[in-house]
Design a protein around this ligand. Sequence first.
Ligand SMILES: C[S@@+](CC[C@H](N)C(=O)[O-])C[C@H]1O[C@@H](n2cnc3c(N)ncnc32)[C@H](O)[C@@H]1O
Length: 283
Amino acid sequence: MFNDEPIELSDEIFKLLKDLIYKSSGVWFDENSKDILRMRLTNSVQRHQFKSFKDYYYFLRYDREKDAELASLLDIVTNHETYFFREMPQLKAFSEEILPEIIDIKKKEGSKDIKIWSAGCSTGEEAYTIAMLFLESKMFNNVNIEVFATDISHRVLHSARKGFYQKHSFRTTDSEMIAKYFIQEENGCKISDKVKEKVNFGYFNLLDSDKSAFINRMDVIFCRNVIIYFDMPAKKKVIEMFYEKLSNLGFLLLGHSESLINISTAFTLRHFKNDMVYQKIVK
Ligand SMILES: C[S@@+](CC[C@H](N)C(=O)[O-])C[C@H]1O[C@@H](n2cnc3c(N)ncnc32)[C@H](O)[C@@H]1O
């Protein structure tokens, strides 16, 4: 049983904890978020039967199990909110305007494979949405699509691979799409194989520049509602890596409240009918 007594978080340990979170994930807690962090991490401190956040911090730094505990901590302190068909105007721009442009480029190159990255995919709704939009576009006779979906949380990746979803994931999904691409099960729905086979999930920390060498060149990168939690240097680092990873004329799709203002001038802002999106145009 956990003790109800609040556990004190000193300013010193708060700073050490928030720096550790920042260095490990790019997620930035400002000076005013001490109470939020204390509340979110109290269960973890109690689970290990530590009496103080200081003991917990030392455990995170020096214990043999530190990597697993840090992964669990990042899972707790990051936001995983997501749902199918999120931000529909942008998705319409993707399927009705961006996809046809990319298919034209592929035709000229004599290639058939379109590579799309869902960076910070959470439980997989965004990646599966991209695959469903592609199937709906009826363009699959000419080209093939591969969606590579990554996240820093092993827990959400496990759930994404299972592909089982409940009501809150379908808040903006037409019943027609559910009938077409999901299998009804008790208490929820499972994504169908024809969608699932287009998506591969993997662990990747967006700040781990060494490992980005293993990522292929992409035609479209979706990174929506992820860098919003990063501070400026982390945002810049990730956007630079995306520029590097995109093929020429590739597209970067950010969340609707995110932009590259003060982050990067490398991209061109394209005004489509349905939305504005960033494109890499090498002159
Ligand atoms: C709010 S969700 C966004 C999900 C989806 N992109 C959407 O817009 O619906 C943010 C996701 O980014 C992930 N994330 C946070 N920091 C990350 C990092 N440094 N590397 C990779 N993923 C990260 C979180 O684990 C979380 O699942």
